[in-house]
Design a protein around this ligand. Sequence first.
Ligand code: HPA
Ligand code: ZN
Length: 326
Amino acid sequence: SDLAAFAFGLPKAELHLHLEGTLEPELKFELAARNGIQLAQTSVEEVRATYDFTDLTSFLAVYYPAMEVLQTADDFHDLAWAYLLRAKEQGVVHAEMFFDPQAHTSRVVPFSAVIGGYRRAAVRAQDELGISAELILCFLRDFSAEFAMATLMEALEYKQWIVGVGLDSDERDNPPSKFAAVFARAKSEGFFLTMHCDIDQVGSIDNIGEVLRDIRVDRIDHGTNIVEDPALVALAKERGLGFTCCPVSNSFVTEQMKADEIVTLLREGVRVTVNSDDPAYFGAYVAENYVALAAQAGLDEADLAQLAINSFEASWLTPARRDAYV
Ligand code: HPA
Ligand code: ZN
């Protein structure tokens, strides 16, 4: 349709994208063969049949084991490069990409291989695709704060390759406060801060309050449960805080896109953005998320353009480079 063509053509930033969540089954088989790994499934269709998620936990139970095929710097490069080629087709001109080093170092893959491969793809994207690509180091919240701090220390050697830090994985019993010291240290090192506040998790609204008032993040990933507390919405608006929403992902882990919440915030002038989260698993890259949200909520071209403007305003581009896009 015309609106879909408009959505694909809009220059946009993608701000909520897990590189490990871009592993398409075809590449998974290629990497498995390269590394001599025998997979439990024998066809792409069989792999896709396991993508039967009902919530965040059932998604994560498929997501982490799939990473076994990622072993060398070349593997990480190839994964990120495949994403960046797709991103180009989706109108992405700037990407801030999450990666989960602990999902690899915990199975004895060196941090240097992970970040070295990803960084090589990011540099190549600038040179060959005209996409500026940055990395956000995500801590896994179901591991200890000590492991997170050790990972941060290991990352300092690569500081110039990392724009910010985030927090993902299972939110249950792993509130933001668990990582307060890690995030304070990251901030003092000059990193931007963001954290996942996943949709409809128990205690979600309390976690959003903590993240805004105590941790003082620069952005929130998901976080649309904030609509439950008008005072927090007012605070987020006053700070110009970005929210990285992922409608198609929401429809997998909650059975709803949460379009009402996203559009309520958009209409109130809160900086909501649209992103793909784990596109290989949820079957939609970023422009496809714009299209899905537009269809669900009856959005028009002006709304989609505002979402794209928000994506630059909520980005961690330098002000001069941001202003060149908005
Ligand atoms: N939430 C929590 N952990 C994740 C996600 C998410 O959306 N994607 C990848 N890891
Ligand atoms: Zn996410």
